[in-house]
Design a protein around this ligand. Sequence first.
Ligand SMILES: *Cc1c(COP(=O)(O)O)cnc(C)c1O
Length: 458
Amino acid sequence: MNLRGLPSVEQLLQTQIAAELIANYGRPLTLQAIRSSLEEVRGRISKTGETTLPDRQNLLAQAESLLHLWTAPTLVPVINASGVILHTNLGRAPLSNAAILSMEAVARGYSNLEFNLETGKRGNRLIHAETLLQRLTGAESALVVNNNAAAILLVLSALANKKRVIVSRSQLVEIGGGFRIPDVMRQSGAKLVEIGTTNRVHLSDFTEALSEPCAMVMHAHHSNFKMIGFTEEPERKEIADLAHKFGVIFADDLGSGSLLATERYGLTHEPMVQESLAAGADLVCFSGDKLLGGPQAGIILGKTDLLAKIKKHPLARALRADKLCLAALTATLLHYLKNDAEYEIPIWRMISATPKQVKARAKHWADELGQGEILANKSTIGGGSLPGESLPTWTLALTVKSAESFSEKLRQEQPPVITRTENGRILLDPRTVLPEQDGALLVNLANVLQSQKHKDNP
Ligand SMILES: *Cc1c(COP(=O)(O)O)cnc(C)c1O
């Protein structure tokens, strides 16, 4: 086959279609796409010996699909109908309206991020969240970094490099994605001193380890697992008092670190930030996007002298929070200060939704779709908080031919819908679906149900 019959790049570029592609995608990328299409065709023809050459329109259509593919965003919103409230793979906490507005305002232009408006001189980015955190928790001082893993790394690097840090074996957790707290800790140069056994650690184990010089006793929340049976761990206050007797810092990695009392929502009590400080923790760290319901961040609270050392460490600069994070975080913290967190922060709205409210939404979905059963089930908190804890919920259950192919189809919709499969049925939990996504969810469900019907009766 004579490939000379193919149009040249120049010829293709001079068409009206190419002009439109250039307008949409820019000249360099369009040029690349046209070259790739031509190359692909040449390669294919010399391999298969095809006898017809594609025409200009064909080639340009191929270029257009390449352009589409290359520029499609990879990070897109999804509808979380899984019933897992803090789904780490789905981006953890959705932000409140105020947090989004605050981020947008700061993103759009300049801000006083590190500029003191009173003096007209250089300011400090830390003050934006610090005052709020002090007021909310009573902490002497605060620092916000990129995430909680960074907070732990920074605390240990600044205060325990080359020094001994005591940790109970019952708290050496893996937080998901293969990341282990002890590995992060070791990275700081601290020497881990593991005490106790997997299920039991006694105050005497701490006393024994404290008899040799060390920098810190580290307490880590179990987060994603539950200890039951023959178990024992001393209370925070007992450990803090003991550490202080030896002149050693007591640091508490709370993981989720709730500012609200979870038992008010029918859950077990998740350790609260205020409680840990009151129990005598010199340092407390927790995530911004778990039960706080804000942006990804790591928050370190505690004694002024310790925070001063931490803030001066070079890693503090490397791990610092950016302006968008600080904007969203301060807006989120304000909800707690004004006591409207339960109504304004999406994850707290989800946690506090009553089974009756959830059931009404599931029922509405079923009515709109004209199918499905309403079944009692459980929503979970997720995100390394409240392991094994769940909230009674109601789901819309769809009986489909193949749950696997149905859920795959739902993931291909715009926006993709993430569901749960149980006993071969597709379950959709209204608790984790934002109310403004109801319309899109129903359209996408109807689409997939319709396509399956066509497949069944061709
Ligand atoms: C989740 C968690 C972390 C890590 O927090 P990120 O904000 O995800 O970095 C650390 N420690 C504990 C106990 C956790 O639960």
